[in-house]
Structure formats: structure tokens, C-alpha cells
Design a protein around this ligand. Structure first.
Ligand code: FES
Ligand code: ZN
Length: 305
């Protein structure tokens, strides 16, 4: 197999585009795709201050690296979830890339912010860790971006993540979620920061190839609480189809973006207000994170005598 660009020996096959590249042409292709996505979706400009949320995995670290190489003003944020061993190992990977690239990395510890780690918060409130985790992450990265004066928050969601989320939303006809599923999610309130996903056309395999070629040291293990998540089942189903018909995932997601107007007016229309405790944006009087914190730190109920 020869590289589509330079005709040297190819090392990476990109089946969704029926193409193959050598290492250096693949890196160019990857960076061009990221740049094209940023421009096509009007995500940000070189003047904007971008907060990239990193987890230590291949996708977010590849995004961070790519944005630096494309000349954007990036600062990274790592949220330490307090998951035994896993969080230390993920944090190390983020610190290593920060040192290598000489770019700023901020670390926010959930245990320091809330007095409890994600697994402890989940246990105390009798919820599943992923649900607690997702909510807290969204809350903290918005708060950090707002207080730090960032223009936009970028996350490493790739095409596999987006196509799996789309499949899940369609299977359950979550029309409100479909209306809000966007690679460039506008801020619907002055205290909410815009969220963008510059890797939305690149597969997990392509992000992996980029990380390997660029010798980015990333954490290969999944979060211990991810096992059994439905998103994994949807990804497997889509991979099965992709295997038989390469390009389906991309066509599925791009087709959805073209037909997004079908789901306009499906937003739940809830009024956004400021939480009476912390000032972050919510639909009730007290935001779900403040309620979670109160529930987790409430003294245990005494048994009735
Ligand atoms: Fe959040 Fe696993 S529970 S990453
Ligand atoms: Zn609150």
C-alpha cells in the first residue's frame, strides 16, 4: 500500500476515506481535518483563549497537541476525579505532555473542591459513578472557563463518541438531546461557555494513530467504572457496520448535522437561572451539583426510636 500523497510506503490506512498515508502525511492529514472542522463549524479563531479539557487518554491529548501545532492559544484543564490509581496515572500523562509542549496545565481536584472523590460522592448519594462524574465535570469545566475568562471549552470527543451518542439518542428518541447534539454548542446563557469538539470527524483509530506517531504517552486503560456502559455497546454495533461498509459512521453523523433542523424546536425550553447557592446555571433554584454536595455531606439520619 502506498501513501496517497507522497507515494512512499503507507503505514496508516484510513478506510472511511479509502486512503492510506505514511506517518508524516498522516499527521498532515489529521491536522488539516482538525483545522477544517474548526473553520467549518466556526469554533474559534487564533485570537480566542481555548480551554481544552484533558483526561490523559489518547483523544484529548491528541487534541491538545494538535491545537498547539496549529498555533492556537490553549490552556489545558485536568479534573482529578480521585479514582484510586487510575486518576494518578491519568494525571501523570497530562503533566508529561504539558512539560513536553511547555503549555499551561491546570489541575482541579474534585476531592479538594467537594471534600469527597467521585466514587465517594457516588456511594454517599447512591448513584452510579459515571452519572455523578459527568455532572461534576460539566459543572467544573464551565466554572473554571468562566472564572478564567476563556472564550471556549474544547473536548476530545471523536467521531466514534459522537456517532454512538447519536445512535443512543435516536434509539430512545431523545429529541431534546438531538436538538442539542452539536460539535459547536452555543452558549445559551452569558454564564455558560461555548463547547466545541474539533475531532468530531476523526475516528478513535485515527486519534490513536496520531498519538502513536507523535509519541504522545497516553493512558490506554479505560476508567474502571466505564465497564458495561451502553455507549460501548453502541460503539461495537457501529464498528460492526463500519467493518462491512467503511465510511458509514461519518456519513451517519454528517447526515445528522445536515438534517439538524428536523429537531429544531424540540428543546425542552426550560428557563435557565443562577443557582441560589453557587451562582452557576441551572433550571431549578439550586443546581444539581449543589444538591449532590448537600446530600453527600448531610449527617446520616438517626433511626427513629
Ligand atoms: Fe467518570 Fe469514569 S466515572 S471517567
Ligand atoms: Zn449550585
Amino acid at each position: 500500500m502506498l501513501c496517497k500523497v507522497c507515494r512512499n510506503k503507507a503505514t496508516v490506512e484510513v478506510r472511511q476515506h479509502n486512503a492510506a498515508y505514511c506517518n508524516s502525511c498522516f499527521v498532515n492529514y489529521f491536522l488539516k481535518q482538525v483545522q477544517r472542522n474548526i473553520q467549518a463549524q466556526k469554533m474559534f479563531s487564533p485570537q480566542d483563549r481555548i480551554l481544552v479539557v484533558v483526561s490523559g487518554g489518547k483523544d484529548s491529548l491528541s487534541l491538545w497537541d494538535a491545537l498547539i501545532r496549529l498555533g492556537y492559544r490553549v490552556t489545558a484543564l485536568y479534573l482529578d476525579l480521585g479514582i484510586d490509581g487510575y486518576s494518578e496515572r491519568s494525571g501523570e500523562k497530562c503533566r508529561a505532555l504539558a512539560a513536553r509542549t511547555g503549555t499551561p496545565l491546570h489541575i482541579v481536584s474534585i476531592k479538594e473542591e467537594f471534600g469527597l472523590s467521585v466514587p465517594e460522592l457516588a456511594r454517599k448519594t447512591r448513584r452510579i459513578p459515571c452519572a455523578v462524574c459527568g455532572r461534576i465535570k460539566r459543572y467544573l469545566f464551565n466554572k473554571f472557563a468562566l472564572e478564567g475568562g476563556f472564550d471556549v471549552v474544547a473536548t476530545g470527543h471523536n467521531l466514534d463518541d459522537e456517532a454512538a451518542a447519536l445512535l443512543g439518542n435516536l434509539l430512545h428518541w431523545q429529541t431534546g438531546y438531538l436538538a442539542r447534539q452539536e460539535p459547536n454548542l452555543p452558549a445559551s446563557h452569558p454564564k455558560l461557555i461555548r463547547k466545541v469538539k474539533p475531532l468530531y470527524t476523526l475516528t478513535e483509530r485515527e486519534c490513536l494513530a496520531y498519538a502513536l506517531i507523535q509519541q504522545i504517552s497516553y493512558l490506554a486503560e479505560d476508567c474502571p467504572y466505564a465497564e458495561g456502559a451502553t455507549s460501548i455497546t453502541y460503539k461495537e454495533a457501529l464498528n460492526h457496520i463500519e467493518q462491512a461498509a467503511p465510511g458509514t459512521k461519518l456519513a451517519f453523523f454528517k447526515g445528522f448535522l445536515r438534517h439538524k433542523d428536523l429537531f429544531k424546536n424540540q428543546e425542552d425550553g426550560l428557563e435557565l437561572k443562577e443557582c441560589s447557592r453557587c451562582g452557576q446555571i441551572t433550571t431549578g433554584d439550586v443546581c444539581s451539583v449543589c444538591r449532590l454536595r448537600e446530600k453527600a455531606t448531610a449527617p446520616p439520619k438517626r433511626p427513629a426510636s
